[in-house]
Each structure stands twice: as structure tokens, then as C-alpha cells.
Design a protein around this ligand. Sequence first.
Ligand code: WT7
Length: 658
Amino acid sequence: MTADNIDNLLHESRRFPPSDAFAAQAVATRDLYTQAGTTPAERQEFWGVQARDLLHWHKPFSRTLDWSNPPFATWFDDGELNVAYNCLDRHVIAGHGDRVALNWEGEPGDSRTFTYAELTAEVKRAANLLTALGIRQGDRVAIYLPLVPEAVIAMLAVARLGAVHTVIFGGFSAESIRDRVNDASAKLVITADGGYRKGRVFPLKPAVDAALAPDADGTSTTVRNVLVVKRGGNDVDWVEGRDLWWDEEIAQVDSEHIAKAFPAENPLFILYTSGTTGKPKGILHTSGGYLTQVAFTHKNVFDLKPEEDVYWSTADVGWITGHSYVVYGPLANGATQVIYEGTPDTPHPGRWWEIVQKHKVSILYAAPTAIRTFMKLGRQIPAEFDLSSLRLLGSVGEPINPEAWVWYRDVIGGGTTPVVDTWWQTETGAIMLSALPGVTTLKPGSAQVPIPGIAIDVVDEGFHSTGADQGGLLVVTEPWPSMLRGIWGDPDRFVETYWSKFGPSTYFAGDGARRDKDGDIWLLGRVDDVMNVSGHRLSTAEIESSLVSHPMVAEAAVVGASDETTGQAVVAFVITRASQADAAAADDAGAILRAHVAAQIGAIARPREVFIVTELPKTRSGKIMRRLLRDVAEGREVGDTTTLADTHVMSVISKTMR
Ligand code: WT7
């Protein structure tokens, strides 16, 4: 975020107090803050109460938090539960088997509906199938699927067995799959022939085949089987003995399956996310604490009435939002929800609003980048649809600028719906900062306050709380139930990345923030070399290492430049090797390198621009000064260059770009 943005935010003064009508029916009340108390002990007790209220425990816990060895926490550790049972069976047992759990919309216009009873039966079958394939407690299963019901079913089936899923977003490349499958030592991959995207079938299985092919030196992955869901109908290669069709196998197994209880700290999933180095981190989440906080926040932040509401989070299950607020939170709460396979503009730019109208969606949770795209297209598109069922809107993934916030409320929410801006991360597992609708007076552009039970501060480099309206670093000062438990296989990196800046019991989030006079928090963007493109996290180092892996490239520097629609965009500066530079004209080189990054990491990482330069700005110690490159990429006057080893570099770069 630039100085201009911060300035704009300082002057944002619009306020939206809850309407009496909304407050009168709201699930969350001010009491929640009182109940959560003010001391660490009271907050722990509060989470204990929530865990008992919101979940079914096969074996009750007697302890809440164990923080005797920070930053390694356990929550409710002598309790036992089954996560899938909590999301499925118990709702059926409570008499809600006929309630719709999933209203799925395929991109080409097909749709499927699952009641809680039906979804439970499907997951039981899938659990039996996975058992038959040798999956046991603790085994890792990689899931690489489009957003079809089988993605949800597969995740829950893995959870039901006490095994660990690692969902890989369908836009990632073969190489990214291979890295993740290897890092997690997955036994099984669940994929599809293909899925629908932008009106076409997008093949998925070929990427899995390539990812699992033996290395040049003949080393194979740990994967024994690949289960393939039929979706795209595209032709696929087949490895006999390894590959199995999901539908054929599932038809042969029983639909009864008794869920066993697992310890609260049993690992639930690993989700890979980009950090400041080239290697993605496998963020580990466990069961009881995670499910408690996702259920609590889903209920209170989204004002959920499971009997009446139709909830729709537009996220893919390949991201944390899809884990916490498509699968685990909504299903633990017995919600009825919509899931949609495709892109917002297929086959027409009103597709989302058509879905809202069709299913009478009442709660919508989306990303600012989508809202800004709709803003550009104009209000006449949503105006063609009946959006009067909407009563609450949510935002996540990046700061939402006040104009987009107000447009969202006015044009999509009919000028009446609260908009909750929720700040959290893959690592936090669940929402940490948000307004509570019906309680909080809303401020467009601010993620507002810690949810009850969460302790957050904004501090300076010396770990002092910053004063009102002073910028600082966002930290979480007490452990929370859905916190990451580690980085898979790398405890040192876990400590070093999150718990070293301010000592082992303070979590450093990597975000800049400012607290205003009322105590509301405004997020100011990442303070590290992590970019946020369309609400997805990308690492500069990861893209740089992809660029330098191309024979044409001698050196590369990547920055996130602000972009009107996607928040940030990837911009690369590349020095080519002399011999190779002659071979490809600069224009071609840019196109080749953009395609190379997309193929290596995935389309989301493809640079918006690649500039071929002869120098990169470096300090005397050799560190690339990205700040200066960002100035160039954003078309600004280049800032202070006095710490450069060669102060002429920037004028050379600026000249190349003209
Ligand atoms: C980073 C986490 C949380 C699920 C989606 C992204 C940024 C997230 C907000 C928000 C300002 C936000 C932060 C954070 N971020 N939500 N409401 N306001 N910034 O998860 O990929 O783990 O990325 O997204 O920079 O650190 P993620």
C-alpha cells in the first residue's frame, strides 16, 4: 500500500451503525465480548465454553490451552472428536437430515443438491473407499480437484478417517503438485479428468500424471493410487494398477461407516502457502481448536441462522477460505450453502447475481478483487437480478478500499446490508479481526476489532503498542484455538518465521496496520516480500527462482505493483544472458518468461509485465532494493537511492522502460 492510500484511509469518516432491525435479530450480541473477558485465563475459559457448545465431543476435554512450550500450543488436548461427524452425522441425528447442505452449480449450467443425509452417506462411502485403498489415521492424501461436490466429500472422508488432506488449488502446475506431494509424502491423490473454467474443459489429470512421473534418476513419489473423478469428459492417460475411477470404486463400497474419535490435536490438514523464500510452507492445522474457532466465527461474524439462511462463499477449496468457510465452518454449523465451480463471468457477467437470485442467497462472502471487477462493469449488470434475499455481505483476502466497500453495500446489498471485512490468514485458520454485525458500527476500509477471545496489538519495532493513527506491525499476543500448529516437517522455520521477531509467544503476522482513536484496526498491506494478487498470496522469491531457472535469465527481481483490479500485480525485472538475449528479441523474451512462470508455478503467478533490463538496483551488501523497482513499476518518481551501490542504476532502468 502506498503513502497515498494510507492518507485516504486516514480521512475516511463514513460510519454505518447497525440498524435496529438487524440488531434485534442478530446472533452475536455485545455480551460476547463480556463473556470473553479481559485476561488470558478468561479468554481460554471462553474458548472452552465455545468448544463444548458448538461441537460434539466423543470424549470431553478437561484442559483448554497448554502453552508451556511456546510457540508449540495444544488446545483441548485430552478431548476426542471426529471432525466429519461434527459436520455431518450429528445434524442428521438431530433431525436435520433433510436440510440442504450443498447446492452446487456447475459452470456449464448443470447443478446438484445434497441434503445433510445424502452428504453424510456420500462421505461414509468415500471413507470406506479410502480405507480399502489403505488410508489410515495420519496418512496424507493430496486433493487436486475443480470445485465439484466430490472435493468437499473427499476432504470430509479424509477427515473422517483421522487422515490429513492437502488440497492443491486446481490452477497450480505439475511441478507445484510434485513439490507438495513430496513434501507431504502423500499416499493417494484424488483428482478429476478435468473441470470447467471460462466455458472450456480445463484438464487436470495430465498435471498429476506429470507430477508423479519418476525423476530423471528414477525416484518415484510415495503415491500408490490416483482416484479420478469424472467431470470434464476429456480423454486421459491411464496408469494400470495406480489409477482408479472414483465413480466405479465408490459404487462397490458400503454406505455405512462408523466415525471413530480422534484426539483434538490430531492433524486435520496441511495447506501450502507462499512465504518469503522460494519454497512454499506446509501450514499444519489440527482438529478440535480449529473446528471450534471456524464454527464460532462462521456463526457470529456471518450472523448464521441455519434454518433460514443460504450462505455462499465464492472461494475455491484450494485456499484457506474454502477450508474454513466452505467446508468446516458452515458444515459444522449445519448451514445450507451454495458452491459454484466456475468463473464469475461465464457464460455472462451476471453469473454470480443469477446464482444469488436462483438460490435466494442471504449471506455472501467474496474478495475485494471480484467486487472491484464488478464495479468496473457497472451497476446495470447486478440490477438485472433480484438480489433482495441478501442480508449480509463479507469481504476477505486483502484490504477493501472504502469505495469498493460502499459500492458492495449499495449496489449488491441494496444500501442496507452490513459488510464485514474479515482479516485473517492461512496460518490463523479462522477470522481474527472483524466487525460483529448487529453490534459494531461499521467503518468502510477497516477490519475493525479482534473477535471475542482474540488478543491483537499493533506495535513498533521495539514491541511498544503504537499510538492512535500510528502505523505499526500487527501481532497476535496470545495463542488462539485455530492457530497453525507448525510448518510441516520444519519446526525451525515455524519458529523463525512467526515467533522470533518479538519472542516465542508473540505471533508476527507480516502485515502492517494502524489503530485509530476508536481502537479500530486498518490493514496496510504486507511488510515482507509477499505479494497479494487477487487475494492470493505469492512470494517474490518463488517467482524469481522460477525466472532464473530459465536458461535465458541471468538475474531477476520481482515486485508487487499496485493494480486497480487485482490489488497487486506481479512485475518482473530481468537481466538476460548476453548470448541468449540476441536469440530472442525483448518482446518475445517477455512473453516466453511469462509463459515459463505460469507453467512452472501456475497461471496466478504469471507476471503482468516482464521488463528486460541491464542492471538491478542493489545495496552495497547486494540486496535488491525492491522499493525502487516498485516505484518504477507503479510509474512514480524513484525514491531515495543513496544506499545503492551504484546510484546510476535507476536512471539506466528508467531509460530502458521508456
Ligand atoms: C494475507 C493472508 C484470509 C484468507 C484469504 C487470504 C491479507 C487477508 C485481509 C483483510 C486486509 C487482508 C493479509 C494477510 N488479508 N484478509 N480483510 N484486509 N488484508 O489468506 O493467502 O493466507 O493471505 O492476506 O496481508 O496476511 P492468505
